[in-house]
Ligand binder design. Structure first.
Ligand code: IPE
Ligand code: IPE
Ligand code: MG
Length: 257
């Protein structure tokens, strides 16, 4: 959304300065720490992933209750194929069962499901399930849950670049506005709040383009222990920040008065 001062429209190098609100419209989460959660309890890593699915359920419900419009979850990165084959195949099976179990519930609660990433590497059955779940929930408006699967921020920028070039034959100069509609999450505003659980303070090739101005929140809590209360703490920390989008504090204060 553009902000106007007189007849001058201010645009940041990313997008127009967006309106901000007390509750973040879009929360993006790197759900990390499943393996360590399990190892700490002398359980196999997979137990942590199973428990992690339960944490997703709690956070989705909490987002609905708090009026968050978009929740984006990093479930499997393009680099996670490097893990041992049995862990990868278990994660795929978990994805299938979670879809089987949760989609009807999501639909009943007016939640739209999107899955973004390079889905071509998934087996045909999973691809079908994803397409069906997206189709079924496409008209829902309460909350959009995006699962990033075989997603990488660099992959996203590259696939968008390819589409942009194709859509503009013969053109050699491009702008951000021409690229943005081709990004995998073009249907959503950029994340207001980014959360990473599990103690690491890095982006791990998540939404590189879209996180340009997100507020970052890192917590040591392992993902399976991330409760709605922990989500509220992250939102509370977000509410204490002053989002300036390149402006001065005084300019920001003037706008909100
Ligand atoms: C995050 O937990 C889930 C996925 C990457 C699929 P991890 O599996 O990375 O857990 P840690 O970081 O090893 O504890
Ligand atoms: C990031 O976690 C990806 C997901 C949570 C899906 P990783 O555990 O794979 O990240 P690194 O390897 O610690 O950077
Ligand atoms: Mg990890």
């Amino acid at each position: 959304m553009a902000q106007f001062y007189g007849n001058l429209m201010f645009k940041s190098s990313t997008t127009a300065v967006p309106a901000t609100s007390a509750v973040p419209r879009h929360i993006a989460i790197i759900m990390d720490g499943n393996g360590r959660w399990a190892t700490k309890r002398l359980l196999p890593r997979v137990a942590g992933h199973v428990k992690g699915v339960e944490a997703v359920r709690g956070v989705v419900e909490a987002c609905v209750e708090r009026g968050v419009e978009y929740l984006t979850l990093f479930a499997f990165s393009s680099e996670n194929w490097r893990r041992p084959a049995d862990e990868v195949s278990l994660l795929m099976r978990l994805f299938v069962t979670a879809l089987e179990r949760e989609v009807a519930k999501m639909h009943a609660n007016n939640i739209r499901l999107k899955v973004v990433g390079d889905l071509s590497r998934f087996d045909a059955k999973l691809q079908d399930m994803i397409a069906n779940a997206e189709r079924r929930t496409a008209g829902n408006t309460r909350l959009t849950v995006t699962v990033c699967a075989n997603y990488g921020g660099r992959w996203d920028i590259m696939q968008a670049t390819g589409k942009m070039v194709k859509a503009n034959p013969g053109i050699t100069e491009f702008s951000e506005d021409m690229l943005a509609p081709h990004l995998a999450m073009a249907y959503a505003p950029e994340p207001d709040l980014f959360i990473r659980t599990g103690g690491e303070e890095r982006i791990s090739n998540f939404l590189l383009w879209q996180l340009a101005y997100a507020e970052l929140h890192f917590t040591d809590t392992f993902w399976p222990d991330f409760t709605p209360k922990a989500l509220d703490e992250a939102i509370g920390s977000y509410q204490e920040r002053e989002r300036r989008f390149g402006q001065t504090g005084a300019q920001v204060a003037k706008k909100t008065n």
